[in-house]
Design a protein around this ligand. Structure first.
Ligand SMILES: [Zn+2]
Length: 497
């Protein structure tokens, strides 16, 4: 009996697999094109291009629902093969697509679209410039938060942005919490908080992460204390208290998630050189194409796969001259085992060099699992892809590797140089961890009902203080909705990854 079922299920899986590969390729093609808004295809007929995209998405949703239904109806107790069992279990998870179609469109998708509309449309007036009122997060406000050293200007920018981008979507988010609980229900999960961490396949994900965090915490505490002292010297003791949390608006970033932009204020050894390969890259005539070839070589040199000519033909390496592409660096798997692409608008500088290697690590991961059934062609968990990309990014950005590439002079063996380098890494990487942790633990608590919906903003700042030692610039209330000012909240995208 089990044997016969195994054969039938295998046939079924093969059929799904072929269909799925085709559907996904169509969907990915349409999404890839959608991010090139003025590509030749959509110029000819933009309405048709948009409707193709919607059709592809719709067909994929229908397919996913069907597969989930069918997979659910199979009695999995009869299946002895662990791989087969896992394949079927993964296929039963349709996520939000498992909602009744009406709820999916009219509630789930609508709420997210409305919140994103508020987020994307948020504009504020400049500090003491009541007539310059068209400032957007990108590029204007991000730049002010990074470069301004004027306490009042920073506070104005932070407050106004959080008023516009956060506060207005509070209602929408409260509704989304209910819909997310419906998503959890149709996926057979107790509540939306559990559902949020489900892909990590741990019964105690929140505790697991807290245990890891406790190991890193002493380093963060030291970093925080040091930065607070430096900022106290810079802004004065009347503004920075020796023992209080740090106000979030003076750390060089709207969300205080990275402190790299205030390196000039907090650098341990001012005047000592920092690792910077940009001048040599320019001198040596680097191009975006060369950077990608170099990254490919990084992988082939450790016996991994080459990306093949199709990658170079189809990818986008720089901002096209004739149109504006959406330039957030991304890597794409077209799910047909041969078409892999990146979309990056690379500049010739150190930051881009690391980002190019990071994206190529995603491509390498795609290449390594391309022979598996579709349902296994994904990161081992939602964090795994980024972890691989970042690990490669870190390994590339060491002074030693840059020296090997002939992009950095052999440094004098000086500890001040090393400390400046390590410090600049820490204020980006270590400072980020408690931010990500508080944002997603906040969502877990709200979604699972651990924290009251009427105390959403207060709970957010409690967690920000607990994990990061960061406080808002001024007192907040429950009229505010500060987490909403971070893209991943209205977009409903998980962050701990
Ligand atoms: Zn990435």
């Amino acid at each position: 009996m089990a044997f016969a079922t195994g054969i039938n299920i295998n046939c079924l899986l093969l059929f799904y697999h072929v269909l799925c590969t085709e559907l996904i390729t169509c969907e990915v093609v349409s999404l890839f094109r959608a991010e090139l808004p003025f590509s030749a295809a959509s110029l000819c007929d933009p309405i048709k291009a948009r409707s193709n995209q919607l059709n592809a998405q719709q067909r994929y949703v229908e397919y996913q629902r069907l597969v989930a239904e069918q997979s659910k109806s199979i009695n999995k107790n009869l299946i002895l093969d662990r791989k087969l069992y896992r394949q079927l279990m993964l296929q039963t998870e349709a996520g939000a697509n498992a909602l009744p179609l009406d709820t999916l469109d009219r509630q789930y998708n609508r709420l997210i679209n409305e919140m994103l509309y508020i987020y994307n449309g948020a504009t504020i007036c400049g500090y003491q410039q009541p007539f310059a009122c068209n400032l957007r997060y990108i590029p204007d406000l991000k730049e002010i938060m990074a470069k301004s050293r004027d306490w009042d200007e920073l506070q104005h920018t932070w407050l106004e942005y959080h008023r516009k981008a956060g506060r207005e979507m509070r209602d929408g988010y409260e509704q989304l919490v209910d819909v997310m609980n419906e998503v959890a229900y149709v996926n057979n999960v107790t509540n939306a908080g559990e559902y949020w961490y489900l892909p990590y396949e741990s019964g105690n994900f929140r505790q697991d992460v807290d245990i890891v965090w406790e190991q890193i915490r002493p380093l963060y505490d030291g970093l925080h204390a040091y930065v607070r002292r430096k900022l106290r010297e810079y802004y004065g003791p009347e503004r920075i208290n020796r023992i209080a949390p740090l106000p979030s608006h003076i750390l060089g970033n709207m969300y205080a998630q990275s402190w790299s932009n205030i390196l000039d204020i907090i650098i341990p050894y001012p005047g000592k050189k920092l690792v910077d390969i940009t001048p040599r890259m320019l001198e040596q005539g680097y191009t975006p194409l060369l950077m990608f070839q170099l990254a490919e070589e990084f992988f082939t040199s450790i016996n991994m796969s080459a990306v093949g000519p199709e990658f170079y033909q189809n990818s986008i390496f720089e901002q096209p001259v004739d149109r504006r592409a959406f330039c957030e660096p991304s890597a794409w798997d077209f799910c047909n085992r041969h078409d892999f692409r990146v979309k990056v608008c690379a500049d010739i500088n150190q930051k881009s060099m690391i980002s190019v290697h990071h994206e190529m690590a995603h491509i390498q991961y795609f290449l390594q699992y391309r022979h598996l059934p579709k349902v296994f062609r994904n990161g081992a968990n939602p964090a795994f892809h980024q972890a691989i990309g970042d690990a490669v990014g870190l390994s590339v950005s060491t002074p030693k590797h840059f020296q090997t590439l002939g992009l950095l002079q052999r440094s004098v063996d000086e500890s001040s140089y090393d400390i400046n380098y390590l410090f600049s890494m820490a204020i980006d990487k270590v400072a980020f961890l408690p931010f990500a942790l508080s944002l997603d633990n906040w969502r877990y608590d709200i979604l699972s009902g651990n924290a009251n919906k009427h105390m959403m903003n207060c709970h957010y700042w409690n967690l920000r203080e607990k994990y990061s030692g960061i406080k808002p610039p001024v007192l907040r209330s429950e009229k505010d909705f500060d987490p909403g000012a971070k893209y991943h909240v209205p977009a409903n995208i998980p962050y701990v990854k």
